[in-house]
Design a protein around this ligand. Structure first.
Ligand SMILES: Cc1cc2nc3c(=O)[nH]c(=O)nc-3n(C[C@H](O)[C@H](O)[C@H](O)COP(=O)(O)OP(=O)(O)OC[C@H]3O[C@@H](n4cnc5c(N)ncnc54)[C@H](O)[C@@H]3O)c2cc1C
Length: 398
């Protein structure tokens, strides 16, 4: 059967941040898009009423490149400015005296990244997607199967509805149903760690500085600046430590986090409970298939120590939308030549980020004392050479 007039250009399975951004970008480029999610696709009341003291402990460090992409979609402008904090400097410490400092000023940037709450970003992207012409939102729904036919792929929902499109995009996270349905067998490799997140009020001003420690137990603690005297933390910790941290009461958690960070910002007071997210690595032989493309965590899993997962996903969305938007005489959005172009364009940036983040996790997970000395010396050496530091920072900025 060949595709008929009711066939969409693209169906996106998964309306997380990456799926939503892709949907908005494709609709702007004039494609007919359906986005489907098993959950509700809704704006958050707390994000709309942005004045409150209710802070989301799930935050992202959004790179200048991602901010620019979100701006092009009209989403960045919808974020409440008073809830965004620029990272102006970053201070990374090794587990035996190693140290690298990055400064936005030195790198010629306004900010190294912007700290944005998850629900504010979600709300902005949902508003953009809901208002985009040619974009249908189907949620909540349960995808049941995908059938590949001549000229189109067909998504069947468990309530019997079917939607067909030239291209199916899996944006449904690291344990992607779409990926499995397409017969791609790769499974994420757990790090045996969870990312523990929580927000704190701080005694001393952070002055736009993010702090990160590679701790002797192999865990990585990041303090990210929030507006005012507040920080958000991501403590990538072995599962047992993560369970211990999330079970602590507010005062003990604040004391523990403050101590792990050498009381750099004075006394801490917890302003949210802690939550933990399992961390996994995923590398696929290919992110495309027959009328199929994967984006975001469905396409790659990276450790959050560099705060780059969603940034990589936005990079996927920008690249795929640009390629499909400029497809010219190749009208079929699922044409293999376009998908290969997408896969090629994303292979380099994704591989580079995975090599750096996974390499750092492995390097700091080894307890041998000679390696400890070496890696900390290495950090100091890189920190002392401006051009090398700039080279290291560029992929994260873009
Ligand atoms: C602790 C922690 C801190 C992080 N910090 C940062 C950071 O500072 N900066 C950064 O860039 N990245 C960060 N990341 C990574 C970032 O969270 C992820 O890369 C990003 O959320 C992935 O977005 P996504 O849209 O690809 O997938 P997801 O957010 O997983 O969204 C998937 C969507 O698909 C839907 N879905 C799933 N299965 C189905 C199905 N079968 N049918 C229909 N819908 C389905 C889900 O409901 C969801 O809406 C961090 C991660 C962790 C764990």
């Amino acid at each position: 059967m060949s595709a008929d007039a009711g066939t969409r250009d693209v169906i996106i399975v998964g309306a997380g941040l990456v799926g939503l951004a892709l949907a908005a970008a494709l609709a702007r480029a004039g494609l007919r898009v359906t986005i489907a999610d098993r959950g509700n696709v809704a704006t958050s009341a707390a994000a709309r009423d942005a004045g409150g003291e209710d802070w989301d402990q799930r935050v992202y460090a959004i790179s200048p490149g991602s901010a620019c992409f979100l701006h092009s979609l009209g989403a960045w402008q919808l974020l409440p400015v008073e809830r965004i904090e620029p990272i102006e400097a970053m201070d990374v410490r090794g587990d035996a005296g190693g140290r690298i400092e990055f400064s936005a000023y030195e790198l010629g940037e306004r900010a190294l990244a912007w700290i944005v709450e998850n629900r504010a970003l979600n709300t902005a992207l949902v508003r953009v997607a809901r208002n985009a012409p040619g974009l249908d939102v189907v949620a909540p729904c349960t995808p049941a199967s995908i059938a590949w036919r001549a000229g189109a792929a067909e998504l069947r929902l468990d309530d019997g509805r079917t939607i067909s499109a030239r291209l199916i995009v899996g944006a449904d996270g690291v344990h992607s149903w779409t990926r499995a349905e397409a017969g791609m067998r790769s499974v994420p490799r757990g790090y045996g760690q969870s990312g523990v997140v929580a927000n704190f009020a701080i005694e001393r001003a952070h002055r736009g500085r993010a702090l990160q420690w590679f701790l002797p137990d192999g865990s990585v603690l990041a303090w990210l600046p929030l507006p005012g005297r507040r920080i958000s933390i991501v403590w990538s910790a072995p599962s047992a430590l993560a369970a211990e941290l999330t079970a602590l009461d507010a005062a003990r958690l604040a004391a523990r986090v403050g101590e792990a960070g050498g009381h750099e910002l004075g006394a801490l007071t917890a302003i949210t409970p802690a939550a933990a997210f399992e961390l996994s690595f995923l590398k696929l032989p290919s992110v495309v298939g027959d009328r199929l493309a994967l984006v975001g965590d469905a396409a790659h899993g990276v450790h959050p120590l560099a705060g780059q997962g969603v940034n990589l996903g936005f990079g996927d969305a920008a690249a795929l939308a640009a390629i499909l938007g400029a497809r010219g005489p190749v009208a079929d959005a699922g044409a293999a030549i376009l998908l290969e172009r997408y896969a090629r364009r994303r292979a380099g940036p994704v591989l580079a980020m995975q090599a750096v983040t996974d390499g750092l996790v492995r390097l700091f997970d080894v307890r041998a004392s000679w390696l400890r000395v070496l890696r900390n010396r290495g950090m100091r050496a890189v920190g002392a050479v401006g051009p090398l530091k700039r080279l290291l920072a560029q992929p994260a900025l873009r």
